[in-house]
Design a protein. Structure first.
Length: 491
C-alpha cells in the first residue's frame, strides 16, 4: 500500500476552507491545527502492548520448542475473513463464525508433511510480482545478488538454497531492536535488526535467485506471550536449480530466518501475507483494537530431560530437569516457590525475614534461538509502556563465574499497591540478569524499594553465580496431548 492508498483510509477536515485536522488509519495518526501553547502541551503517544499485537499465552505450554501441534481461537471485529490469510502449509481453519461483524475462527497449526507432492500453482503474473523489487525488498542490488550467489554456490535444489539462505541470514544479522524498518540491502550492510529486518534481507536474497517470496505477518509464541512477528514464505519445489525459473507448481514453505527455521514452525500463528512489507500492514492496523487469541488445545513431543537430573529441591538447591536449570540459594534459610506459566517456570526465592524483597529465577523455553541482549531489549520496550517514571541502564554484558550474561537495571514509580507495602517509599528498582543456551535460558531479577536495593544486590549476584544451564536432549516422536476449555472473548 502506497502513501496515497494510506491517506484514502483516513479523513481530512477543513474549517473555513483551511486545514483543521487529518486522521489516517494506516498508519494510525492524527495531525491537527493548534496554537503554539497547545503544541507545547502535547503528550507523545507510547505504544501499548496491543499496538504491537502482544498477548498473554493463556495455557502453561512449558517447552515451546517441543510444541508439535496447536489449536487456537482467534476473535476479532469488523475485518472480513477474506481480508486475512489464515491458511498455509502449516495452518488450517477448523471452523469460522461471523455474528454481526464479530468474527471467531478456530485454527489448527502443525508441522506440514513435506514429503507430499507439490499441489500449489503460480501464474506468471504472480511469479513476476513475487520476485520483483519493492520498497524494502531489492533483489537487484549488486551486494544482495553477490551474497545470494556466494551463500548458495554449493546448493543443488531450491530447498537447499532456501535452507542455506536462512542459515546465513541468521548468522549475519544481530538481533537488535531498530526504530524503523530497514531494506534488505541496508540490513546486509548494518548487520542488525528485528524480525522485519531478517524478513526483508531474506526476501531480497531469495528473490535475487528468482525464488518467489512473500512477507508474512502474524504472532510468535515465546516467553509466555504472543508477540507480533514477521517472517517469509517461499514457493519451491525439488527440481534442480536450473529448472526453478520454469516451474509453475510447487509448495509454499515457511521460513523464519530469525530462528533459522525452514518448514516447521508450530509456534507461529499466521494472520496475513503479501508480496510487499507494506501490504501486510492494513491487517495489522485493522486488528489492533479487537484481536484476541486463546489456546484451545495442544500436543507436545514427549521430550527428554537432562540426563541424571531430577526436578525438585534438595537442601538449598533447586533443579528443573525439563528446562536444564539448577540454582543454589546462599543458605538453607532461603525458600523456593516454583510455579509454571506458558514457556517458563518461575521460582520465587524468599529471603529470610524480607517478604518485601522479590528475587525471581525464571527458566525459559524459546521456540527460536535468539540473542540475550535482543530479549532484554524487547522487555525494555514493554516496560516503557507499562511503568511510570521509567529510567533504564543497559542492556550491558557481564561475565559471572564463567557464564556470559546480559544485564539491565531500571527504576520506576511505585504502584498504588506497592506504596501501601512500602510506606514512605517512592521508587522501585529492578536489576535483571539473562543468559541463554540453545532453546532454554535463565532470567534472574531483584525487585525492591530503591532505598534498600543496594543492600540485596550481593544476594542477587550470589544466586546468579550458582546457575547451571544445560539444553535438554531433543525428544522422540511420542506425543502428549493437552486440552483446555475455549476461553470466550473478554474473559
Amino acid at each position: 500500500m502506497d502513501a496515497a492508498d494510506a491517506l484514502r483510509n483516513g479523513r481530512l477536515t477543513l474549517q473555513g476552507g483551511e486545514f483543521n485536522q487529518e486522521d489516517s488509519k494506516i498508519p494510525r495518526y492524527t495531525k491537527k491545527r493548534c496554537s503554539r501553547q497547545e503544541a507545547e502541551q502535547i503528550v507523545h503517544w507510547k505504544m501499548a502492548s496491543r499496538d504491537i499485537l502482544m498477548f498473554d499465552v493463556d495455557q502453561p505450554i512449558a517447552r515451546i520448542d517441543q510444541l508439535q501441534e496447536l489449536t487456537v481461537k482467534l476473535s476479532w471485529k469488523d475485518v472480513p475473513l477474506d481480508k486475512l490469510r489464515l491458511t498455509d502449509g502449516r495452518q488450517s481453519i477448523v471452523s469460522e463464525t461471523n455474528n454481526a461483524g464479530q468474527h471467531e475462527a478456530i485454527l489448527r497449526i502443525a508441522s506440514p508433511n513435506l514429503s507430499v507432492a507439490p499441489v500449489d500453482v503460480l501464474t506468471e503474473s504472480e511469479r513476476k510480482e513475487l520476485v520483483a523489487k519493492s520498497r524494502y525488498l531489492d533483489p537487484t542490488d549488486p551486494e544482495i545478488l553477490s551474497h545470494a550467489r556466494e551463500w548458495t554456490k554449493d546448493c543443488k535444489t531450491s530447498r537447499e538454497i532456501v535452507t542455506a539462505l536462512a542459515e546465513h541470514v541468521f548468522q549475519h544479522v544481530r538481533a537488535e531492536t531498530v526504530a524503523e524498518t530497514l531494506s534488505g540491502p541496508e540490513v546486509l550492510k548494518c548487520k542488525k535488526g528485528k524480525c522485519s529486518e531478517y524478513s526483508t534481507l531474506f526476501a531480497s536474497l531469495a528473490r535475487a535467485l528468482n525464488i518467489p517470496t512473500r512477507i508474512v505477518l502474524g504472532e510468535s509464541m515465546g516467553g509466555g506471550y504472543w508477540a507480533g512477528h514477521m517472517w517469509n514464505e517461499v514457493f519451491i519445489d525439488e527440481i534442480p536449480i536450473e529448472g526453478v525459473a520454469d516451474q509453475r507448481t510447487g509448495r509454499w514453505v515457511t521460513v523464519d530466518a530469525s530462528a533459522k527455521e525452514v518448514g516447521t514452525a508450530p509456534g507461529l500463528l499466521k494472520l496475513t501475507h503479501s508480496a510487499t512489507v507494506m501490504g501486510t500492514q492494513p491487517a495489522r492496523y485493522d486488528l489492533t483494537d479487537s484481536l484476541d487469541i486463546s489456546v484451545v488445545n495442544f500436543s507436545m513431543n514427549s521430550g527428554k530431560a537432562v540426563e541424571g537430573w531430577k526436578t525438585g529441591i534438595v537442601e538449598n538447591t533447586y533443579t528443573n530437569a525439563d528446562y536444564g536449570l539448577r540454582i543454589t540459594a546462599p543458605d538453607k534459610t532461603w525458600t523456593f516457590e516454583p510455579s509454571a506459566k506458558a514457556g517458563a517456570v518461575v521460582i520465587r526465592l524468599r529471603l529470610p525475614k524480607e517478604d518485601r524483597v522479590q528475587l525471581h529465577v525464571v527458566g525459559l523455553s524459546l521456540p527460536v534461538t535468539v540473542d540475550a541482549k535482543y530479549l532484554l531489549t524487547i522487555r525494555n520496550t514493554a516496560f516503557q509502556t507499562k511503568y511510570k517514571e521509567y529510567k533504564v541502564e543497559g542492556p550491558n554484558p557481564e561475565t559471572l563465574n564463567g557464564r556470559e550474561w546480559q544485564t539491565m537495571q531500571f527504576t520506576r514509580a511505585m504502584s498504588a499497591e506497592e506504596l501501601k507495602q512500602h510506606p514512605g517509599g517512592k521508587t522501585m528498582k529492578t536489576t535483571e540478569y539473562l543468559s541463554l543456551q540453545g532453546n532454554v535460558g535463565c532470567l534472574i531479577n531483584l525487585i525492591c524499594d530503591e532505598s534498600v536495593h543496594k543492600d540485596h544486590i550481593d544476594d542477587l549476584r550470589k544466586v546468579v553465580a550458582t546457575v547451571v544451564l544445560k539444553e535438554p536432549v531433543k525428544g522422540d516422536d511420542k506425543v502428549e496431548a493437552k486440552t483446555s476449555k475455549v476461553r470466550k472473548t473478554g474473559e
